[in-house]
Ligand binder design. Structure first.
Ligand SMILES: C[S@@+](CC[C@H](N)C(=O)[O-])C[C@H]1O[C@@H](n2cnc3c(N)ncnc32)[C@H](O)[C@@H]1O
Length: 321
């Protein structure tokens, strides 16, 4: 986990600055062992050495389990270890009989994009902001050549590592990389997922331009964002917080997202979904004991956030480089 091994990029050496990324990752991976992560690191070091022989990524939950019933003590140990990665933001997962009901029902997001996806078979896929890798496993069901998850948040890398040690998927690789590291990747990805990312950063256009240059010509971007309902090409720019989140900058309308994609160099731009976010899709659970969407909407009028802004929609686009 701490060792950097970018051999899986060996076929892409002319398109990826592997040496530079290797250097960053050596530095970044060292920090995986920092104090706040120790319980998770301990869980990984003491992880039962079992491999799943039943893997099903086509169901709502990512299923990683085995045909024979595992010893209840081992199962209890795995459950305790899985809890160290709480709160589980993305899921669900079903791991050796343990159901992880995450804050987000991420299967709803996948089901909305699935009908519009290019084939992933033998393709090179990027999941930008991959969190614990839920969508990487979803993509794995389609037999891609490589799925590379980018996420700079260390606890999510640890969670992915723990899950994939059971699953043993050789084509899934997650690294502590951010969107700005996409500049070291040129014309390599056939499909790039950029979901739940652009509104969290001050410069959404930089993200989209980096996405574009990292993709092959003709490749597909799947862009999902929080949005507003205006019919005009506008963005809401909160003064301080939006639905209690301090890290929300531009919240675009559907037309604004389209214009962003055009100006980042995309074509064949298609909006495939635009609806208010439901409190059934993002909610507190026993695996994510956190305040959630319901707590951040006006109790008198759930079409408003607690700050008095329009409540979030989720807007999905597919487009081509
Ligand atoms: C709202 S979550 C979205 C997760 C997932 N893509 C989804 O759609 O459910 C945002 C993710 O972006 C990650 N992130 C934070 N800074 C980032 C950066 N600079 N580049 C890429 N991802 C980043 C976070 O760690 C988090 O996992």
């Amino acid at each position: 986990m701490i060792y950097v091994n970018l051999n899986y990029l060996k076929n892409h050496k002319s398109n990826v600055d592997v040496e530079k990324i290797n250097l960053f990752l050596i530095q970044r991976n060292r920090k995986l062992f920092d104090e706040p992560n120790l319980a998770m690191v301990k869980a990984i070091m003491d992880q039962p050495d079992i491999k799943a022989d039943v893997k099903d990524y086509n169901k709502d939950a990512i299923v990683i389990t085995c045909k024979s019933k595992i010893n209840t003590d081992v199962q209890e140990k795995i459950k305790t270890q899985l809890k160290t990665f709480s709160p589980w933001r993305k899921g669900p997962f079903h791991i050796f009989g343990i159901d992880i009901d995450a804050e987000w029902k991420s299967q709803l997001k996948w089901n909305r994009i699935a009908p519009f996806l290019d084939t992933l078979e033998n393709k090179t896929v990027c999941d930008l902001g991959c969190n614990n890798g839920y969508f990487m496993f979803k993509a794995a069901a389609h037999k891609p050549a490589l799925v590379m998850g980018f996420d700079p948040t260390r606890k999510f890398k640890l969670a992915f590592h723990y899950i994939n040690r059971f699953a043993g998927e050789p084509n899934l690789h997650m690294e502590l990389l951010g969107f700005d590291d996409l500049q070291y990747f040129k014309d390599i990805f056939d499909t790039l997922f950029c979901m739940g990312i652009i509104y969290h950063h001050e410069n959404p256009m930089t993200i989209l331009r980096y996405c574009n240059q990292s993709m092959k010509k003709g490749g597909q971007i799947v862009l999902e964002t929080m949005g507003i309902s205006s019919g005009d090409p506008l963005c809401l720019f909160p003064e301080k917080r939006y639905a209690n989140m301090p890290n929300v900058w531009f919240v675009p309308s559907q037309a604004a997202v389209k214009h962003m994609l055009v100006r980042a160099g995309f074509r064949d731009i298609q909006c495939v979904y635009n609806e208010f976010l439901d409190t059934d899709e993002q909610r507190k659970t026993s695996w994510a004991d956190v305040e959630s969407l319901k707590d951040f909407l006006d109790p008198e009028n759930p079409r408003l956030t607690i700050e008095g802004y329009e409540a979030p929609s989720r807007i999905y686009f597919v487009a081509r480089k």
